[in-house]
Design a protein around this ligand. Structure first.
Ligand SMILES: *[C@@H]1O[C@H](CO)[C@@H](O)[C@H](O)[C@H]1NC(C)=O
Ligand SMILES: *[C@@H]1O[C@H](CO)[C@@H](O)[C@H](O)[C@H]1NC(C)=O
Ligand SMILES: *[C@@H]1O[C@H](CO)[C@@H](O)[C@H](O)[C@H]1NC(C)=O
Ligand SMILES: *[C@@H]1O[C@H](CO)[C@@H](O)[C@H](O)[C@H]1NC(C)=O
Ligand SMILES: *[C@@H]1O[C@H](CO)[C@@H](O)[C@H](O)[C@H]1NC(C)=O
Ligand SMILES: *[C@@H]1O[C@H](CO)[C@@H](O)[C@H](O)[C@H]1NC(C)=O
Length: 339
């Protein structure tokens, strides 16, 4: 039993040992990593830096769109175009003064004897800077009767993504706004004065951006025809004339009413004066009756009574009132005897 056990133990140990030895000699898989950006502004250098995990002396080879362009090992360095390319560090690639022609799929392969090759792909894109952004408007003049107004954004170079804002805020969820041509055109259907504002177009690509702002002004008086304007003007003038007429009429009526009241009051004081004529009641039917300065007199008889005095009376018993026009109840009355 012990012997069997020992054999088993021995076999297990042997197996483990064999496995260990095998693993040690087994080809390691090389992993290549990079943190390099593959979006490049034209004219800038392209740096494709790599790190990898093999301890052996590796060979690093670069290809551009499957065409070999550089090979590096500790022993030697080869590049296709030494004016344009350079190997830096442990096989990283530097491309000077990038042009649009440098946009390509780059592939790096790291080989080491007995190890599984490691590869990494770099999809490099070289972008132009975004220049000369402009926003044009069609039609140039727009009023609220217009069916549509188009704002078109364009850039001389580098245009890729187009983003619109109105008054520095993102476009509201307005059903009038329609984006066409990949966002390059902002179409405003049935433009209203509420659409007035500063529209900015931000043209960008991954390495460059530029913005242009244009003011949209939707007019709303230009939409009236000549006839309509004439109508409004005539209507306004008529209205003003009517109003003035009405005011005059009202003033006239008030004046007339005041005058009527005055006359009524005078007539009342008149009657009072008549009544105060001592002992006699006068009637306009009386043939002996006559008036002078709103005072009734009998033509013949001698009457004792009171009669209204003029304002400028300065006779001894007249005391001037404080108010220039005395109320009717305080009509200046002078007792007199008339012959
Ligand atoms: C990439 O990593 C290296 C260090 O590993 C660092 O020096 C370099 O700045 C990094 N580059 C970018 C573009 O992050
Ligand atoms: C190149 O690799 C060696 C080890 O192989 C390492 O010590 C050195 O830092 C590496 N150089 C660069 C620039 O990555
Ligand atoms: C890169 O361009 C700059 C100026 O544009 C120039 O001075 C430099 O020599 C160029 N480098 C190479 C390697 O062509
Ligand atoms: C606005 O753009 C649309 C779509 O391109 C076009 O059909 C229409 O004629 C343009 N309207 C004006 C006024 O430019
Ligand atoms: C950009 O605009 C300027 C003038 O505004 C002009 O001189 C230049 O040629 C334009 N560039 C391009 C690429 O159209
Ligand atoms: C334009 O858009 C780009 C990309 O989204 C952004 O980085 C940039 O800040 C924007 N520019 C302005 C002025 O909003």
């Amino acid at each position: 039993m012990d012997a069997r056990c020992a054999t088993l133990r021995c076999a297990t140990l042997l197996c483990a040992l064999l496995l260990l030895v095998h693993t040690g000699t087994e080809a390691a898989v090389i992993t290549v990593q990079s943190n390099s950006s593959t979006n490049i502004l034209v004219g800038n250098n392209i740096t494709l830096s790599i790190t990898y995990n093999t301890t052996k002396d590796p060979t690093v080879s670069w290809s551009k769109d499957s065409v070999s362009m550089a090979k590096w090992s500790k022993a030697s360095t080869e590049v296709l175009d030494a004016n344009k390319q350079k190997i830096i560090g442990n096989g990283s690639l530097l491309i000077y003064n990038s042009t649009k022609g440098d946009s390509a799929n780059y592939l790096v392969r790291v080989e080491a004897l007995g190890d599984t090759d490691g590869t990494l792909r770099f999809p490099v894109t070289v972008y132009d800077p975004v220049t000369n952004v402009s926003v044009s408007q069609s039609p140039e003049a727009v009023n609220e009767n217009a069916p549509v107004v188009n704002l078109t954004c364009s850039a001389a170079t580098g245009g890729m993504t187009y983003a619109w804002t109105k008054d520095e805020k993102s476009l509201t969820n307005d059903s009038s706004y329609v984006l066409l041509d990949g966002g390059q055109m902002l179409q405003i259907i049935l433009p209203k004065r509420t659409h007035n504002g500063n529209y900015s177009c931000n043209v960008s690509n991954p390495v460059s951006s530029n913005t242009k702002t244009r003011m949209l002004s939707v007019s709303y008086t230009d939409s009236l025809s000549g006839g309509a304007i004439a109508g409004i003007v005539i209507g306004s003038i008529c209205g003003v004339i009517l109003l003035i007429g009405l005011i005059i009429l009202v003033i006239f009526c008030i004046r007339k009413r005041k005058k009527g009241e005055k006359e009524k009051k005078l007539a009342q004081s008149h009657k009072e004066a008549i009544r105060t004529v001592s002992g006699t009641t006068l009637s306009p039917d009386d043939p002996a009756y006559f008036t002078l300065n709103n005072i009734m007199y009998r033509s013949s008889s001698i009457s004792m009574g009171s009669y209204i005095m003029k304002d400028l009376d300065n006779t001894s018993d007249f005391v001037r009132n404080i108010s220039p026009i005395p109320p009717p109840s305080q009509i200046k009355v002078k007792k007199a005897t008339q012959v």
